[in-house]
Write a protein that binds this ligand. Structure first.
Ligand SMILES: Nc1ncnc2c1ncn2[C@@H]1O[C@H](COP(=O)(O)OP(=O)(O)OP(=O)(O)O)[C@@H](O)[C@H]1O
Ligand SMILES: [Mg+2]
Length: 268
């Protein structure tokens, strides 16, 4: 899509160009405004957190970034290029991977195969090639298998590669889902509530792991757990009732009176 047709990429004036930018995004469900003129920009190699009390609009924002929800108004840019009518199937081509709360693993194929499926943006001969057993398909299959195993190794779950996901405890399944997102070597990883259902120790490990990804990619982290977000993020956008009430580095957001008021009485 030609850039000249696009509206200027909102408020960000400085280089480098954001990996993902939402500008003035509004989403309504019937009479309810779930997002109200929301903007945020994820810089390269940044972990950008989105927090807010229950019902603030976090998941709706995540769904807009994934193309699950189409905004009533507002714009989405990837690397400064406008993306209109984003569909979930466009994400791989844009270098975006995501994990979902439901995990979305296939129960009847092994962990390794689940992860290999995540890499299909890099497989050029594709499934048909595999069926026809073309030599290149064989080579790609082997390379893919090796890469999938390497990612499983990195996440400390290579030992379950041959097992089926339903046989694994939940925290391990979450790691497999993350491995599947990472094997595609995305430039932007979207995580919706990755810490849900994890113990404090597991959450710590997750934080370290997410931090370690930033040399390779940017991360948009939608998360309820304040501790994790404060520890891991370079920048945080705080939503309340569908509006951005604060944004900035953790030190600043943590002390923002509007944020404290929004979270008053909330257990996070
Ligand atoms: N598909 C939908 N239809 C109608 N209303 C919806 C829909 N999805 C979300 N909402 C409403 O939009 C608002 C924002 O919801 P959203 O799920 O984005 O919040 P959230 O910040 O993710 O909350 P939580 O912390 O509970 O996950 C809520 O009032 C919710 O009830
Ligand atoms: Mg939510």
């Amino acid at each position: 899509m030609p850039r000249s047709v696009a509206a200027p990429a909102s408020t960000s004036t400085s280089t480098p160009v954001s990996v993902l930018e939402l500008s003035d995004v509004t989403v309504t469900f019937g009479g309810l405004t779930a997002l109200d003129g929301v903007g945020l920009a994820v810089a390269p190699h940044q972990v950008h957190g989105v927090i807010g009390p229950n019902g603030a609009g976090k998941t709706t924002l995540f769904n807009v970034a994934c193309g699950f929800v189409r905004p009533d108004s507002g714009t989405l840019h990837h690397h400064g290029t406008p993306v209109r009518r984003l569909r979930p199937t466009d994400l791989a081509g844009l270098g975006v991977a995501r994990t979902l709360q439901g995990l979305g693993l296939f129960d009847r194929v092994t962990v390794l195969e689940n992860v290999m499926i995540g890499a299909d943006r890099h497989a050029r001969t594709g499934f048909l090639g595999s069926l026809l057993a073309l030599p290149r398909a064989h080579r790609e299959d082997r390379a893919l298998r090796e890469r999938a195993l390497a990612v499983l190794e990195e996440l400390g779950v290579a030992h379950v590669a041959a097992l089926l996901p339903p046989s694994l405890p939940y925290p391990l399944r979450k790691r497999v889902a993350l491995a599947r997102a990472l094997v595609a070597e995305p430039e932007l990883l979207l995580l919706d509530e990755p810490a849900s259902g994890l113990s404090a120790d597991e959450m710590d490990e997750l934080g370290t792991l997410v931090r370690g990804l930033t040399d390779r990619m940017s991360v948009l982290l939608v998360e309820h757990h304040m501790d994790l977000v404060m520890r891991v993020c370079d920048e945080i956008t705080v939503l309340d009732f569908g509006r951005v009430i604060a944004s900035g580095p953790p030190e600043r957001v943590r002390e923002d009176p509007a944020v404290l008021a929004a979270y008053l009485g909330e257990t996070v």
